[in-house]
Design a binder for this molecule. Sequence first.
Ligand SMILES: NC(=O)c1ccc[n+]([C@@H]2O[C@H](COP(=O)([O-])OP(=O)(O)OC[C@H]3O[C@@H](n4cnc5c(N)ncnc54)[C@H](O)[C@@H]3O)[C@@H](O)[C@H]2O)c1
Length: 377
Amino acid sequence: MSEKKQLGLAVVGCGVVGRMRATLARDFPGIGWIGLSDVNESVGHKLRDDINADFYSNDFRELIARPEVDAVIIATSTWAHVEPTLAAVDQGHMLFIEKPLATDARESAQVLAAIEAAGIDAVVGYTQRFRRRFLVVKQRIENGQIGEFTAATVRAFMNRMAPTGETRLTQDRRFLSPMVVSGTHSLDMSMWLMGEAAKPVSVYARSTEKILTDLGVKDATFGLFQMEDGGMFSMNICWALPKVWPGAVYGLEIGIVGTEGVIDIEDTHRDVILASEHSQGPAYNPEGLNLEAQRNVDFLTSFPPGDVYAGELWGPMREETNNWFQRIYNKKQTPHATAAEGHRNLILTMAMDLSAKEKREIELPITADELMERLEA
Ligand SMILES: NC(=O)c1ccc[n+]([C@@H]2O[C@H](COP(=O)([O-])OP(=O)(O)OC[C@H]3O[C@@H](n4cnc5c(N)ncnc54)[C@H](O)[C@@H]3O)[C@@H](O)[C@H]2O)c1
């Protein structure tokens, strides 16, 4: 039997998500050398020690240029993906990039163009695709069970702990909108489930700003996409629910109607409820986030990456990360979102923000340049 070379992995960003993925990498037999980078040394050093990493630098360029590296995970803060991604593309490394590809559509287009020009295998972290319930739905739709898609609706409710955590490290919140940061997950899910039929030709949206004004972000965005074949898709998100709301992060309801059937998904996590005399604390708890949240009721399994038992992560992020390791090590076909899909998701979420800003319908497709010019006007 021939011995296959183990891969070298660089993880840029050692926060909540970088930690989960790097810890899984340590257990994957096809990954050998692991290098880490974080601008916050204490976060980086802690992860290095916990997983016994082979290398650490607070400069991602030094890490990515190391000869041991074959693949890179970009798990930096939401607005800090572009530079390390481009550095990894320069080196020709396989890539896993956390969503969104960028928070500026022009930069996202630049990243996508660089990835495609270099012929790099790059995927984006749309973790919800790796849940059994959505995979079976996708398979049934592909098998023709609901016929042709005609109408879809998504309602996403989120605890305000997520935007509180997102905004803690940056003052530039112009494009940290509920759709760009979080709605992108359910938008990706819906577009993925609808498949080829989902070709939006326009979007009309509205936003509210009453609750999270202190954080400098919007509360909610509700919108309606019109598809090329006459189908429609409504996508609504509010990420301003109270900190005491029992859902850790997301609660979704998704309905997809076809000419021969319907799929109705209740994903609010109200099926496993814990009520306790003890506070459950915040589910999402990155370094430097201080939340006085007395949550005594918890919708268990509502934290999107998964849950910890006996020190190990169980759930969608484990499936997603291990499946990516199989993709890069065994060259397996996987359901990960491509960089092109990640770019499409950013354009569509920003088009919703543009429609809400201009208070009118936006025709699609729209170029990244036009989108940004009008958003910045
Ligand atoms: N797929 C999911 O379900 C999911 C869930 C949560 C977060 N995310 C995404 O994962 C990413 C990371 O989120 P998180 O929750 O781990 O946040 P976090 O704040 O815990 O971690 C981000 C880390 O990146 C570091 N960083 C920032 N700029 C850097 C740079 N230039 N070089 C090196 N390190 C840098 C920060 O110091 C921080 O430690 C974000 O893009 C977020 O949108 C995805």
